[in-house]
Design a binder for this molecule. Structure first.
Ligand SMILES: NC(=O)c1ccc[n+]([C@@H]2O[C@H](COP(=O)([O-])OP(=O)(O)OC[C@H]3O[C@@H](n4cnc5c(N)ncnc54)[C@H](OP(=O)(O)O)[C@@H]3O)[C@@H](O)[C@H]2O)c1
Length: 363
């Protein structure tokens, strides 16, 4: 789409369908020779709308058995893969974990250190990374050869210094076998009260920063024809809930990016695993941003009662060993909710609207 302007009345947008005067996208009450009102196919036709809705519901009903059959086929292939494929050993693998200074990243560092990986742990807080490193070295968890974790101070928002950071990272062992993109930040707020800076910050850390780091490390993986990229997404990559717009959007974007990336890297022997966890007991909600950019500072009930981070990390390590393409790390209830959203979108939207209203009343 291209804009061209040559005075007020001649402003146009060029689309693949031709040139539309900008006036045609404005209020329908505007009249004049240049104004063409864009009509949607079913606009204002009650009967057509009803027929369309009925057909949609019918299609949904047909879709349900198909979905169940699809799920059964998926389960069959997963079982076949489990029986036929041996888990690959992670001993001696060079693993970069972002956001390793707390929560899930710290738990992943513990599990992967125990597996004998050569760890590079990264995040903004050096002292916390140092604490993680010292705890690992003093834990006695590793029985074989010990590789002391290497600390890299990294801010995913700092795109300017990223190339230097990547050079430092690659300078440690010369390559990265497994990149675990775990660092992330959450958000609590209402769209109307949220500054665009906050939307951008969440997007920069969870999406653009992660994408930038991945792209910077990819060439070295491509040269070696070997690598594994692990994206820690969220259940909210599949299900957006009210008051999480920026967070859910960033995780939706990451899911889409990863799906495209996986397909493009398939022939290069580089694997992509997307992990979408439900709630995990970490400081995610405490560290979340509010609409004004302050720290939310509260432990949500849902997060508090979430899964043990070590248990989640253990399951992620199994997925890494099996090169699982996608792991929904949540209860069957949430998996069904994803299915429900796909089959009955209108009902789901109604439920979310009610949830939003309830939450607003409680506040
Ligand atoms: N906890 C859950 O319920 C849950 C559910 C689904 C998905 N997840 C995902 O799991 C991942 C880990 O989160 P968590 O639950 O372990 O929360 P957490 O304890 O708050 O950890 C977040 C990590 O990200 C790092 N980080 C934040 N901003 C960064 C930046 N600008 N640059 C580099 N690192 C940054 C933090 O380290 P520094 O502060 O030292 O930089 C910290 O280590 C996130 O991607 C999150 O979206 C969590």
């Amino acid at each position: 789409m291209k804009h061209s302007s040559g005075g007020d009345s001649s402003e146009t947008i060029t689309t693949t369908d031709g040139t539309i005067p900008l006036g045609s996208l404005e209020s329908p009450s505007k009249t004049g020779p240049d104004v063409h009102i864009l009509r949607l196919p079913f606009q204002g036709n009650f009967l057509s709308n009803c027929v369309k809705k009925l057909l949609n519901s019918f299609a949904c009903l047909l879709f349900l058995p198909l979905t169940i059959v699809g799920r059964l086929i998926e389960a069959f292939f997963a079982l076949k893969q489990r029986i036929s494929k041996h888990d690959s050993s992670l001993e001696g693998k060079v693993v970069l974990i972002t956001g390793a200074s707390s929560g899930l990243g710290e738990a992943l560092a513990k599990c992967l250190y125990t597996e004998g990986c050569k760890l590079i742990i990264a995040s903004r807080r050096y002292t916390e990374l140092d604490r993680v490193k010292e705890q690992l070295l003093g834990s006695g968890l590793r029985k074989g050869t010990i590789y002391p974790p290497v600390i890299i101070q990294l801010d995913l928002q700092d795109f300017v210094n990223l190339p230097d950071k990547v050079r430092t990272i690659l300078g440690v062992y010369g390559y990265i076998d497994i990149l675990v993109n775990n660092a992330g930040i959450s958000y609590r707020g209402e769209v109307t009260d949220t500054s665009l800076e906050v939307d951008a910050k969440v997007m920069n850390i969870n999406y653009f920063g992660t994408v930038a780091l991945t792209k910077a490390l990819l060439p070295s993986m491509i040269v070696r024809q070997s690598g594994h990229i692990v994206m820690i997404g969220s259940l909210q990559a599949k299900l957006a809930i009210p008051f999480r717009s920026a967070y859910a959007a960033s995780k939706h974007a990451l899911q889409a990016f990863s799906d495209s990336l996986r397909a493009e890297l398939d022939h290069r022997n580089i694997d992509v695993t997307v992990v979408n966890p439900g709630y995990i007991r970490t400081s995610l909600s405490v560290n979340a941003l509010t609409g004004r950019g302050d720290k939310y500072g509260q432990m949500d009930e849902t997060t508090e009662s979430g899964a043990d981070p070590l248990h989640a990390a253990y399951q992620i390590v199994i997925a890494i060993k099996r090169k699982t393409q996608e792991l929904m790390l949540c209860s069957i209830f949430y998996r069904l909710a994803v299915l429900f959203r796909a089959i009955f979108p209108s009902v789901y939207f109604k439920m979310m609207a009610r949830r939003a209203l309830r939450a607003k009343k409680i506040r």
